[in-house]
Structures are given as C-alpha cells and as structure tokens.
Design a protein around this ligand. Sequence first.
Ligand SMILES: Nc1ncnc2c1ncn2[C@@H]1O[C@H](COP(=O)(O)OP(=O)(O)OP(=O)(O)O)[C@@H](O)[C@H]1O
Ligand SMILES: O=C(O)c1ccc[n+]([C@@H]2O[C@H](COP(=O)([O-])O)[C@@H](O)[C@H]2O)c1
Length: 205
Amino acid sequence: MKIGIMGGTFDPIHIGHLLLGEFAYEEFALDEIWFLPNGNPPHKTTDESRVSLNHRIEMVKLATADIPYFRVNLYEAQTERHSYTYSTLQAFHELYPGNEFYFILGADSLFSIEQWMCFREIFPACTILAAMRDDKDAGQMKEQIRYLSETYGAKIRLLQAPLVEISSTTIRRRVSRNLSVRYMVPDQVAGYININDLYREETEL
Ligand SMILES: Nc1ncnc2c1ncn2[C@@H]1O[C@H](COP(=O)(O)OP(=O)(O)OP(=O)(O)O)[C@@H](O)[C@H]1O
Ligand SMILES: O=C(O)c1ccc[n+]([C@@H]2O[C@H](COP(=O)([O-])O)[C@@H](O)[C@H]2O)c1
C-alpha cells in the first residue's frame, strides 16, 4: 500500500492539515492517510502551555472520523519521550513491511528539516510530499527541494494543495480572543474546543 503520513502537533487540527491529507491522497493515488499526532513535540518548547495530548488526539479523531481513508496512528502518542520522524519511519517499515511511505509536510517543516534528529535517515525511508503555506514560498520551495534532492538524494515532490494561511496558532489566538474559528476547523472540532473550554487563556498561545 501507499501510505501518506500527516505528522503534526495538531494543537488543534485545522483545515490546512486536512486539505494536505485530501490532496495528497488524490494527487499521489495513496491508499490511506495516517494522521500521526506527536506525543511530545521535539522542537516546540512551550509544551506546558498547550492542551493535553488527549485533547489533541480527540480532536484529530473527530476531524477524520467520517473519511474512510483517513486513519489516526497513535505510535508517537504512546511515549512520553520525544518522537523523532526518522525513528518512527524505521519502526513503520518494521511494523508494516512492504508498504511505501509518503511523509506530508508544509513549507516551514521542509525548510527546517536539516535541524531534525538524524534527518539523513528520513530520506531513504519515504518520499516527502511538501506543500506551500504561502505564495512567497514558491521559488524558495523549488530551490530547497532541488538542494535536498541533490545533497542527500531525498525524494521530494511538490504537493499542490490549496493555499490556506491558517495555523494552529491562529486558531488558539482567535479562541482566546473570543473570535470565531468556524470554517477554519471542522464543526466537531469547534464544538469540542467550546465544550472543553480549550484555548481560552492568552497564556495558552
Ligand atoms: N495551512 C497550512 N498549509 C500547509 N501546511 C500546513 C498548514 N498548517 C500546518 N501545516 C503543516 O502541517 C504539519 C503539522 O503542523 P502543526 O501541527 O505544527 O500545525 P501549525 O498550524 O503549523 O501549528 P502552530 O501554529 O502551532 O505552529 C507541518 O508540517 C506544517 O508545516
Ligand atoms: O524528528 C524530528 O527531529 C522532528 C523535528 C520537527 C518536526 N518533526 C515532525 O514534523 C511533523 C510536523 O511537526 P510540527 O511541529 O510542525 O507539528 C511532526 O510529525 C513532527 O514530529 C520531527
């Protein structure tokens, strides 16, 4: 099978993430998209101010429940230790042999990938599908793809998805200011945020 992996902190999941999954599925004829919530994000330093892992997972489940080819994979959520993409991919090849993995990410992740743990080991283990987050990314993205491909033999494809300038930060900020997040997150996620009173405090940004 061809499996797309949509890794993220998902604090909370929003339509930018879901569109990447949907367009990757279609454009690269993938069989499934696995949403992979990060248990303890290696590079985000403000974990203590974020909502609990359980809330993040619950929102990912709600957002993906109706789509048969969207799955939630809790591999990285099962450990308190940092999860690193290279080791998750190694584990997936052992746990699910014979599958091809496509790691889906946005421009910011592609630009910082050389700071990731053992990043060279990521390239032979998957094809990267990289999406722009912003119009300004276009030229720089192509250059970064060329650079990573030539330098490390990375297999990277540009993922053409609608440009959505929404981030989890935007959602957290808007909720804390009592502004609407309707249409930015699925209705079920907006309802969950509301019922559980998430992101109300400015300090949770
Ligand atoms: N609107 C978007 N368009 C394209 N890619 C996105 C978008 N939002 C997130 N991504 C990508 O999805 C992956 C997971 O992102 P993450 O869960 O950190 O969301 P985020 O919106 O970037 O969060 P935050 O604002 O908290 O940093 C990353 O590879 C990121 O680049
Ligand atoms: O392995 C690493 O060192 C590493 C460093 C930064 C990000 N990642 C992964 O990249 C994905 C997007 O990360 P984030 O923080 O933007 O949600 C998610 O699956 C992270 O686990 C991985």
